[in-house]
Ligand binder design. Structure first.
Ligand code: APR
Length: 255
């Protein structure tokens, strides 16, 4: 796979790279992207309704069952070549900030640390009433392939129902996570947007901020997205193919 010389030179001299990922980053690990996550029991439900406080209040068992089924998929999945290439890139550059919209832990399992989870994590549930963290029992949930309703556990402290630790539609992002993401987008010299449809705000603002501050925006996605017109380089293809090839094209020490 050949890459534009200017792109490689920019990466070679980068001092601070931001990698911003979406569901497409985990697609080659077998994790359904968000907008096609409706399979099995949830086929007839709109994920945007299930992923909301209203959806949870309306049917806690349906929503908790969906998230436990998704958590099982994640725990059974392995990081793919794209995740591993991002972790390798972090070792080669002076500074890399990894920001993800994904709620899986595949970046962490690839070796990246300090991952900024803009939309929370499947692995950090908390009480819906008192917000105290809840610790999952060890092991992988053994949900049926087609999923099922599953009554959520209750908080040991206040007996409230446990909810997933993800940011739902209609909820605010974590202020600290957003501030960290915005700061990195404003200060970086290269911004990778990998595997995201760039449809959900304010996350989709990050590459726009980076470009406005003079960073080079590189998008990796097999399809067209709303970011196409603002990205300096649109690399059409899968993260698990393009990222490793890009790393191969770079000498070991980038900056
Ligand atoms: N490599 C790279 N990109 C891929 C791959 C792949 N192998 N497979 C699919 N894609 C791309 C798709 O073309 C699409 O543009 O990944 C993108 C996935 O888009 P969405 O499903 O919309 O996921 P995402 O952009 O992460 O959604 C953002 O919206 O629904 C909320 O909170 C949810 O975090 C999610 C946010």
């Amino acid at each position: 796979m050949d890459f534009n010389d200017d792109l490689l030179k920019t990466l070679l001299h980068a001092k601070h790279i931001v990698v911003f990922t979406g569901a497409g980053m985990s697609a080659e690990s077998g994790i359904a992207t968000f907008r096609d996550a409706g399979t099995g029991l949830w086929e007839q439900y709109d994920p945007c309704v299930l992923a909301s406080p209203q959806g949870y209040r309306a049917d806690k068992a349906l929503v908790w069952g969906w998230y436990e089924w998704r958590r099982m998929q994640v725990l059974r999945a392995e990081p793919n070549a794209g995740h591993l290439a991002v972790a390798e890139l972090a070792k080669r550059v002076e500074r890399l900030t990894l920001i993800t919209q994904n709620v899986d832990d595949l970046h962490e399992r690839s070796g990246n640390t300090d991952v900024v989870h803009l939309h929370g994590s499947l692995h950090s549930p908390r009480c819906f009433a008192c917000a105290r963290p809840y610790a999952f029992p060890d092991g992988i949930p053994n949900e049926p392939a087609g999923g099922r309703r599953l009554t959520p556990p209750h908080c040991q402290h206040c007996k409230g129902p446990i909810r997933p630790g993800v940011v739902w539609f209609g909820e605010m992002l974590s202020e600290a996570a957003w501030k960290q993401a915005e700061q990195a987008a404003s200060q970086c010299d290269v911004f990778f947007s990998i595997g995201t449809s760039s449809l959900v705000w304010p996350a989709a603002q990050l590459p726009v901020t980076a470009a406005a501050k003079g960073a080079t925006v590189i998008q990796i996605n097999p399809g067209a997205t709303a970011l196409d017109s603002k990205a300096h380089f649109n690399l059409r293809g899968k993260a698990g193919e393009i990222m490793p090839a890009l790393l191969d094209a770079l000498p070991l020490a980038v900056s």
